[in-house]
Design a protein around this ligand. Structure first.
Ligand code: PRX
Length: 626
């Protein structure tokens, strides 16, 4: 559609002059059971935005009833273990299974507005479950199948989910995770009424009714009546970490999310109908929702659904898959690129990789070295790289060059998409107009897939995103702009750590550690990590600094409370923390220590016990790496 930089500039200007008309024209390309009356209303002081108001649609109708050739492959299913053959599912077959599963859910009393928790491996059943919910208007809440039973229980309770769809086990590389066992632990005493379990092995009594996934739906009709949804009905809840308290449920609504994910998929990646798209993200994260499931399916794309990990059975697995399916678009996280780089160039060079046309990255800032390696060794200097900046809350990509169209600059996400109006603000909330100055990345106008609320507490939504700068959505990131208006994302400025592209709140990890019976107090900060982007360092007050076994046991408490992915990389046992006289931990100092600073700590005169700083520096420097 848009295939030159000049065209982008023209469209961007048009979208700026009349955003309502811009989005209205795009939305008209979708199937609506009933047209909308008003394109957008918003009031950031109330944390509100609404899109295509009064319209009725269903995202699954836009996927399945608009496709001409139902034999087109929706997904290539690549299992954890290498298999020479190709397993595929067409749009037609997927639709039938979605309808059957939707019918089965309905029979069990699940309907519009009910929350359904999904805790599944990267298998087609996850896609079926997600779309079946959407078909009947149930609100899915996917929990990444790497979170612990406790973390799962928290999310189930918060969402008051009625049922859970899971698997007996998950296999990732050589590791097996007993998902069903964790679900059993998580659901007792919650609102869950029944569970549907892939490959169910029934061997003990459980607190709720259970069904084997296949038997649950295989005899159901292949037709299913669509629940026509208001554009502003919720489609899903996805939990994400913030700087305070427990993870919050980000709520996305039907109409706007549909329009925006479809639009951005098509334009950012410049996907053509016979391309093969591969997004490596897990369905448990927003990238999996928007660019593994909804965005590609709404564009009738063919995608890869990969169950495994990049290094199993060897670090050539990604490249082998690219060649096997002749992947044209490859979308992954900088952390994966950095980790695969460490195995050397010879591995990717032993594959063809000739089918690749576009490369993408997401989730964290990409460093120059990784960018260059990606462009040269994987893209053979032949593929534009789209560095896509967005968030769980934004629903879709907001800032990114569009493949091959706009100027791209290594480590810069690039220009905003049409209809997106970012602004950099200083501490006082004034706009920064000079180039190359760091500021807070904010937005002055909504976009269709913008967060609608945080589940159960709209006040929290207002506080988190709309209260820092009046009249703006604040992303929590710092960024700068070059002379040409290209954005470079610096990273989070709040107490959120980005570990391998996964978000954690420092308070969330501290709360988990504080549950350990021998931990008195703890403080968590991020530190630069060569592979993960940021690693987690925890300064922990205990009464026996010599007992090194505590370190492993504290890490295992974090694993129990949140999941293995949140385990601190470094735990420093201490008898004190740098606190002000009023008892507040000076995190600024801990952050500096974690960045490797040894001497310059700024003003430390308000510290109750200044000597602790050098003590912690020495402890950090001696690297208690575990
Ligand atoms: O700090 C930014 C970083 O990831 C955060 C959002 O995390 P999450 O909601 O988990 O969504 C990740 C996938 C969309 C942002 O606040 N981030 C995301 N993409 C980029 C990025 N940082 C730099 N460059 C990116 N391309």
């Amino acid at each position: 559609m848009r295939n030159s930089f000049e065209a982008y500039q023209t469209i961007y200007e048009q979208s700026k002059n009349n955003p309502e008309q811009f989005w209205s024209e795009i939305a008209q390309q979708f199937l609506w059971k009933q047209p909308w009356k008003e394109t957008v209303t918003f009031d950031f002081s109330l944390g509100e935005n609404q899109w295509f108001i009064g319209g009725k649609t269903n995202i699954t109708e836009n996927i399945f009833s608009k496709i001409e050739d139902k034999s087109k492959i929706a997904f290539y299913l690549e299992p954890n273990d290498v298999k020479p053959e190709k397993s595929v599912i067409s749009y037609g077959a997927l639709e039938r299974k979605v309808n059957q599963f939707a019918n089965a859910l309905r029979k069990k009393g699940i309907g519009k507005g009910d929350r359904v928790c999904i805790y599944l491996p990267m298998k087609i059943e996850a896609v079926i479950a997600v779309l079946a919910c959407a078909k009947i208007g149930a609100v899915h809440t996917i929990v990444f199948a790497g979170f612990s039973a406790n973390a799962l229980a928290d999310r189930i309770n918060d969402a008051a989910a009625k049922c859970i769809i899971t698997a007996q086990e998950l296999v990732r590389g050589e590791k097996k995770v007993p998902l069903k066992k964790m679900v059993d632990e998580a659901i007792s005493g919650t609102s869950i009424l029944f569970s549907v379990v892939l490959d169910l092995e029934k061997n003990h009594d459980t607190s709720v009714e259970e069904f084997d996934f296949q038997s649950f739906y295989q005899n159901e009709a292949e037709e299913c009546a669509t629940e026509w949804m208001d554009s502003e009905d919720p489609l899903f809840i996805l939990y994400t970490s913030g700087s305070t308290g427990k993870p919050k449920g980000v709520v996305h609504h039907c109409g706007g999310y549909m329009v925006y994910t479809a639009y951005t998929f098509k334009n950012v990646f410049q996907y053509q109908s016979d391309d093969v798209f591969w997004c490596t993200a897990d369905i448990g994260w927003i990238t999996g929702h928007s660019y593994l499931i909804y965005g590609p399916l709404l564009n009738h794309a063919t995608s890869i659904l990969f169950e495994g990990i990049p290094t199993y059975p060897n670090p050539g697995r990604f490249w082998e898959i690219v060649d096997k399916y002749q992947v044209t678009h490859f979308y992954t996280a900088p952390t994966a690129i950095r980790s695969l780089m460490t195995f050397g160039d010879a591995i990717p060079q032993s594959y063809g990789l000739n089918s690749l046309k576009v490369l993408g990255t997401v989730g964290e800032p990409i460093n120059k070295e990784a960018y260059d390696w990606y462009a040269t060794i994987i893209g053979k200097q032949n593929c534009p790289i789209v560095d896509t900046w967005w968030q769980t809350e934004t629903g879709g990509i907001l800032i990114s060059n569009m493949a091959g169209i706009e100027p791209s600059r290594a480590t810069y996400a690039g220009l905003p998409l049409p209809g997106i109006f970012p602004i950099l603000l200083n501490e006082k909330g004034e706009e920064i107009t000079d180039p190359n100055q760091e500021g807070y990345l904010c937005f002055s106008y909504p976009w269709p897939s913008m967060i609608r609320t945080t589940y159960g507490s709209h006040e929290r939504c207002i506080q988190t995103y709309f209260s820092h700068f009046k009249g703006y959505y604040f992303s929590g990131d710092a960024a700068k702009k070059d002379e040409n208006g290209l954005f470079r994302i610096i990273g989070r400025v709040d107490d959120v750590i980005n570990v391998s592209g996964h978000r954690f709140g420092t308070a969330e990890i501290e709360n988990a550690m504080n549950k350990h019976e021998r931990v008195f107090e703890s403080a968590v900060v991020g530190y630069p990590h060569p592979l993960k982007g940021q690693g987690i360092v925890a300064f922990v007050i205990v009464n026996d600094l010599e007992d090194q076994s505590l370190i492993e046991s504290i890490r295992s408490t974090v694993q129990t409370e949140i999941g293995a992915i949140a385990k601190p990389d470094l735990i420093i046992l201490t008898d004190s923390l740098p606190k002000t006289r009023s008892g507040k931990i000076m995190r600024r100092i801990l952050r500096k220590i974690a960045e490797g600073e040894t001497t310059h700590f700024g003003d430390t005169s308000t510290l109750l016990e200044p000597t602790i700083v050098m003590q912690l520096v020495a402890a950090f420097q001696s690297k208690h790496i575990n």
